[in-house]
Design a protein around this ligand. Structure first.
Ligand SMILES: [Mg+2]
Length: 397
């Protein structure tokens, strides 16, 4: 299967694997992607060019092509001028469903570390090499095939690095063999471990399982949130940071829902665009600011739908009756089509009756939020859902 197709582009339930992997990363607040390619790089470049439109996301996807295959470490060294000061690195042929917030938190806790490695707990190493930890630090790597009868940790191929680490990558070589052991020996590598779902499509049996398991693992309840009056104070047509203020408990509620394993979606009427008070670009810019402020406290918004239309919009292109404008359910239905949502256990929170009507029309339970803190309103809904981050962010196996 891989004779003419790069492994990350192999189909999983009808989509290239990399579609799913990038969507999983992007929903957690990553907006810029750089694919490190060697084999079939032209095909990767065509894939990258079409990806933002296909996913319907405002992401950029660039490709760095090595002049000659240089290994995982060499690929990183070659791309060094195109990396952000802090960047995630993912293997392109495996998926570890460990929240990226746990890696961000671990790097923030260890200012001396040049990187954080996501580790999967296993009952036995099998075909994998293993990783030793002391406290939150990775101390050593053990090659595959050693005696590992008991519980152990394996490298899941998900990293958060500071760009300085690239100076330790040779022009040709494997990150796993030539760079990570030295970082660990120097005490510069932290780790977070968990039992989160892991699959490596580079193994034929796992590839077969991936066809049904990945979508099943991604099926989760969703928290749909109105924006103005729920996430932020409704001061009327809020479009700039200076007029934006979080509602009490809103960042905490979003982070709590993330940690409980729920999608968090925003569905917001934005007739201010139709009336010409501000543009769609202003809306997106403010949503990016909100996302960045949430990331700083360990939360994120997975996806957003907005409706700029209004029956009496000042601007003609937006003057229409839209089935996306609440109380119509179009925005919620579009998200339900796009994401594998467990609708029966999902919830919409809004500050107006039109929010609740939109939810009901989409078959989603609705709750009105008009006083108090948003996290207090959400708490009964999350009770009993596993707190995935709570058990995994400490770095202890
Ligand atoms: Mg509102």
């Amino acid at each position: 299967m891989t004779a003419g197709t790069p492994k990350p582009l192999l189909p999983i339930a009808g989509r290239p694997f990399l579609d799913i992997l990038i969507e999983e990363i992007a929903r957690q607040g990553v907006r810029r992607f750089l694919l490190l390619a060697a084999f079939e790089a032209d095909r990767i470049a065509r894939f990258a060019a079409a990806l933002p439109d296909r996913l319907g996301r405002r992401i950029t996807v660039e490709v760095a092509t090595e002049p000659a295959p240089a290994g995982t470490g060499g690929a990183l060294a070659h791309a060094r001028d195109r990396l952000d000061p802090v960047f995630f690195l993912f293997n392109g042929d495996s998926w570890f469903d460990q929240p990226l917030a746990s890696l961000r938190a671990a790097l923030a806790r260890t200012p001396r570390a040049l990187g954080v490695l996501a580790l999967r707990r296993l009952s036995g190493a099998g075909r994998y090499g293993t990783v030793e930890m002391e406290g939150a630090s990775v101390t050593a790597f053990r090659p595959a095939g050693g005696p590992q009868p008991g519980p152990c940790l394996v490298n899941a191929g998900v990293y958060l690095f500071r760009r300085e680490m690239v100076s330790r990558c040779p022009a040709a070589g494997a990150l796993e063999h030539d760079t990570l052991p030295g970082l660990a020996a120097d005490g510069l590598l932290a780790g977070v471990s968990s039992d989160a779902y892991f699959i490596d499509i580079g193994v034929p049996e796992d590839y077969a399982r991936a066809q049904h398991e990945i979508e099943a693992r991604r099926r989760k309840p969703a928290l749909f949130l109105d924006r103005d009056g729920v996430i932020n104070e409704d001061r009327g047509y809020v479009a700039t940071r200076d007029r934006f203020a979080f509602m009490p408990g809103a960042p905490e509620a979003i982070r709590d829902a993330n940690e409980a394993g729920c999608y968090v979606f925003v569905v917001t009427n934005q007739a201010g665009i139709g009336h010409g008070y501000y543009g769609a670009a202003d809306f997106h810019r403010l949503m990016d600011v909100i996302q960045d402020e949430l990331l700083a406290v360990g939360g994120h918004i997975d996806d957003v739908r907005f409706c700029p239309d209004h029956p009496e919009a000042a601007l003609e292109p937006y003057r229409r009756q839209s089935d996306w404008r609440k109380p119509a359910p179009g925005m919620i239905l579009d998200l339900l089509r796009h994401w594998p949502v467990d609708a029966a256990n999902s919830l919409m929170i809004g500050d107006r009756l039109s929010d609740i009507e939109a939810a009901a029309a989409a078959g989603i339970r609705g709750v009105l939020f008009q006083t108090g803190r948003l996290d207090d309103v959400l708490r009964p809904f999350l009770a009993g859902r596993p707190a995935r981050l709570a058990g995994s962010a400490g770095g202890q196996p």
